[in-house]
Design a protein around this ligand. Structure first.
Ligand code: NAD
Length: 472
């Protein structure tokens, strides 16, 4: 059966970048299922060695991989390079996480018996990836899943199939059996068919809350399957009692506009002490005007590239307008320098007087600002979201950070650091609509294997001490 044609375009030029054909879900699941048992039966040391070779393969192809990501997503070369670094580093982190969180252990047991804790892989896991980190994020599921002994069917975003194909090619070249990691090309239709397939044992998802909630519904009657959801955020940055407003402006720009705002951890809402509002916004606007928005390969290197495609740019432009019709006061308009391409300059809008502030993730370079009178109000405002991924406080007062940490609802709570740039060596996840309490990164090991406890003795020697009549 031949699937529909799939084409990806370079956002920065509009040129066709890659062309392929959507995959056959049944065939990919059947292949993975057939191949899984042999991979699972290999010693973990063998699987780790294979994945270390994968890290070396990616290292050797670093430049090509960087170029593919930069072209297909539009992100600047320097940033695509850091994404490839994360793909490499994920292997060592996953090896350590596997033994730390899901290794084998002896537990205390009564005399002459043993209790062992071991972990088993789930079987065949589906991985659905987003477009904004098309290599690093799916890789963050795939590597720990393979180390634990699962087979994987990976469907990259329909917007970044070439990056997905590159990643899978590196895995195969490194010696991961072709049957154990399958590339499934396609869009939401293939995603639905894969997530609903009876022969998968679970789904590891990174993407929007909208899709994640649909998947949660789809899995509602299958409690036997593992479902890990990494979803979006509507993340606050609170600025209170800080003398260095230049640094505050840098942290805000890094939070809101890195990757053209296309990060799940991007700072979306700036909540600021009304006393600091004027000077801070002055610094911020000056810095934002200096941001270079350009082609990923441009010289000088841009701070940010375009957003992923024209539809997304249109949606963001309309959303910015919609915020102003609700009473938002634009401070910096989001410009579209070339109407045919999805480049956007950062938009800044004061929503303090707005009739309502919609709690939606605007996945692009838009920062909303709210002034408050007290720090308590700032925290209430920061928590006014169904999401709960990341949050930052910029302040020199440790007491305020204590109060912020205790009251803010998020899985990542930072102090004088951006909302984004999370380390793969720590757990990564949030609450509310940001996920389903299956954090990724360091804790990915947890959802890639399940614990099996065994009570063991060398011989079947047993007596019953009470409750028996004398033997006749
Ligand atoms: P998306 O939800 O549109 O798509 C993600 C994947 O799901 C794609 O592979 C897509 O083809 C597939 N898909 C879409 N609809 C589907 C359906 N009904 N059934 C099955 N599969 C379906 O997300 P996106 O636009 O590619 O990525 C951006 C989103 O991802 C943002 O919301 C962002 O916050 C989120 N994100 C979260 C994290 C995290 O770790 N928490 C990281 C990066 C991105």
């Amino acid at each position: 059966m031949t699937g529909a044609e799939l084409i990806s375009f370079e956002p920065a030029t509009g040129a066709e970048f890659w062309r392929g054909v959507a995959g056959d879900v049944d065939a990919e699941v059947a292949t993975a299922r057939e191949s899984w048992a042999e991979w699972a039966a290999k010693p973990v040391t063998y699987r780790i060695e294979t994945l270390r070779r994968f890290a070396n393969t990616v290292r050797a192809r670093h430049d090509d991989f960087t170029d593919t990501i930069a072209r297909e997503t539009g992100k600047p070369l320097w940033e695509a390079r850091t994404e490839v670094d994360s793909v490499v580093n994920k292997v060592d982190i996953s090896v350590a996480a596997y033994s730390e969180r899901t290794g084998q252990r002896r537990l205390d047991a009564p005399m002459n018996t043993r209790m062992a804790l071991r972990h088993k892989p789930h079987g065949v896991l589906a991985v659905l990836g987003p477009y904004n980190f098309p290599a690093h994020l799916p890789n963050g599921h795939i590597v720990p899943a393979l180390i634990a002994g699962n087979a994987v069917i990976f469907k990259p975003s329909e917007k970044t199939p070439a990056t997905g194909a590159f990643l899978v090619r590196c895995l195969h070249e490194a010696g991961v059996p072709e049957g154990c990691v399958r590339l499934l090309l396609g869009g939401p239709e293939e995603g639905k068919a894969l997530s609903g397939h009876p022969d998968i044992d679970g789904l590891l998802f990174t993407g929007s809350a909208r899709t994640g909630i649909a998947l949660n519904r789809q899995f509602a009657e299958q409690p036997e399957k593992i479902l890990a959801l990494e979803m979006g955020g509507n993340n606050p940055i609170v600025v209170w009692k800080t003398p260095d407003l230049k640094s505050a402006a840098v942290l805000i720009v890094q939070s809101a506009f890195t990757t053209a705002g296309q990060r799940c951890t991007a700072g979306r809402r700036l909540i600021v002490d009304k006393q600091l509002y004027e000077p801070l916004l002055g610094e911020l606007e000056t810095l934002i005007r200096r941001i270079i928005v350009d082609h990923p390969h441009a010289d000088p290197q841009p701070f940010m590239g375009p957003v992923i495609d024209n539809d997304t740019a249109d949606m963001l432009t309309e959303s910015f307008l919609a915020l102003s019709t609700r009473g938002g006061r634009p401070l910096l308009h989001m410009a579209r320098p070339n109407g045919d391409l999805p480049f956007l300059t950062p938009g800044l809008i004061d929503m303090t007087e707005a009739s309502d502030r919609p709690d939606i993730e605007l996945f692009g370079p838009i920062l909303q600002v709210v002034r408050t009178d007290t720090f308590e109000e700032a925290i209430v405002e920061a928590n006014r979201t169904r999401y709960g991924l990341s949050a930052s406080l910029i302040s020199q007062d440790p007491k305020l950070f204590e109060q912020f940490w205790a009251n803010i609802r998020a899985g990542i709570v930072n102090w004088n650091r951006p909302t984004n740039g999370a380390s793969s060596a720590a757990p990564f996840g949030g609450i509310g609509w940001s996920g389903n309490h299956r954090p990724s990164a360091l804790y990915a090991a947890d959802y890639c294997a399940y614990p099996v406890v065994s009570n063991e003795a060398d011989q079947a020697r047993a007596t019953i001490g009470v409750g028996l009549r004398d033997a006749v």
